[in-house]
Design a binder for this molecule. Structure first.
Ligand code: FES
Length: 110
């Protein structure tokens, strides 16, 4: 079962600027980049650091503390020190234009 929850309007997301939201008590970083919207768990798999404070580039989000970069599509790190993936979640867009709803489900990992 997957429960999609509205987290924001599409127009609230700036390209390559992560937005930290909570979905059913789970901290999630929502990222609009390269024409798509991704949702990744906000906590780095290396230490308790918010990924939303990192930079987005080439469909990856970089942890600002030690520099591991996680693929927004898979959650996998592309380099040390992190070795474990971060959960990523399915995203749905409902509607059109800036008012379209961005929905995320944390009950299943994508
Ligand atoms: S806390 Fe994120 S790479 Fe170390």
């Amino acid at each position: 079962m997957s429960d999609f929850v509205r987290v924001c309007a599409l127009g609230e997301l700036d390209d390559d600027t992560p937005k930290r939201v909570e979905v059913d008590g789970v901290a999630v970083s929502v990222v609009r980049t390269e024409g798509e919207v991704f949702a990744i768990n906000d906590i780095c798999s290396h230490a308790n650091v918010s990924l939303s404070e990192g930079e987005v580039e080439n469909c990856h989000i970089e942890c600002w503390l030690h520099g591991s970069s996680f693929d927004l599509r898979t959650g996998k790190p592309d380099g040390l020190p992190a070795t474990r993936p971060v959960p990523v979640y399915p995203v749905k867009i409902e509607g059109d234009g800036p008012d379209a709803a961005v929905l995320v489900s944390v009950t299943q990992e994508s």
